[in-house]
Design a protein around this ligand. Structure first.
Ligand SMILES: Cc1cc2nc3c(=O)[nH]c(=O)nc-3n(C[C@H](O)[C@H](O)[C@H](O)COP(=O)(O)O)c2cc1C
Length: 170
């Protein structure tokens, strides 16, 4: 692969342009080796392959939570509903002591990860590969379980730095 071309723009422009691309929002959850709940807000979660079923996301290499999830080797993607804006920001703020889960009602997924009650759907994965790409790692997971949990609210959409909803079918 050739080296990336020297950019003619700064990272602020990069962020602002990509802010026009709407994404879904998930909280990737798992547990540490001492069974503390772990979670990170992620906008890059995407399905990758049908046969075999694979899904993945990009995680910044400065993430403090990801190495703990990688050590477990399994995670659950909790797709947030439009009514879960507080959780979107809560799991994106700095916290390394499990306090992101304070006061939350939780269930447990098939692979043992915490499930955020009222997530729209959940996707359980076992980490298959992680590859460095620029300043992020591409995490690819083998999908081991899928659950539709709460469709009473539309899924969350993140757009131009704000949360909204994906109510395009009503
Ligand atoms: C809507 C939204 C989407 C995000 N998407 C990503 C993402 O795809 N990859 C990533 O590394 N960080 C993403 N972040 C930032 C992380 O949530 C944030 O850096 C978090 O503090 C990381 O926590 P950690 O250091 O405990 O791992 C996103 C944040 C928000 C609000």
């Amino acid at each position: 692969m050739s080296n990336a071309a020297t950019p003619t723009f700064d990272s602020k422009v990069f962020r602002s342009v990509f802010g026009h691309l709407p994404t879904g929002v998930v909280v990737i959850t798992s547990t540490s080796e001492s069974n503390e709940p772990l979670g990170i807000t992620i906008g890059s979660f995407v399905s990758i392959s049908l046969e075999p079923p694979l899904a993945g996301f990009f995680i910044g290499r400065s993430s403090r939570t990801w190495p703990l999830i990688a050590a477990r080797g399994t995670f659950t993607a909790n797709v947030l509903s439009a009514a879960q804006t507080e959780l979107c920001w809560r799991f994106a703020k700095d916290a390394t002591d499990g306090s992101r889960f304070t006061g939350l009602q939780l269930e447990t997924s098939a692979n043992g990860s915490p499930v955020l009650v009222d997530a729209v759907v959940t996707v359980d994965c076992t980490v298959l590969t992680t590859n460095a790409v620029g300043d992020h790692d591409l995490v690819v997971g083998a999908v081991t379980d899928l659950q539709v949990r709460n469709t009473s609210q539309p899924s969350m959409v993140f757009y131009k730095g704000k949360t909204g909803d994906a109510r395009i079918d009503s």
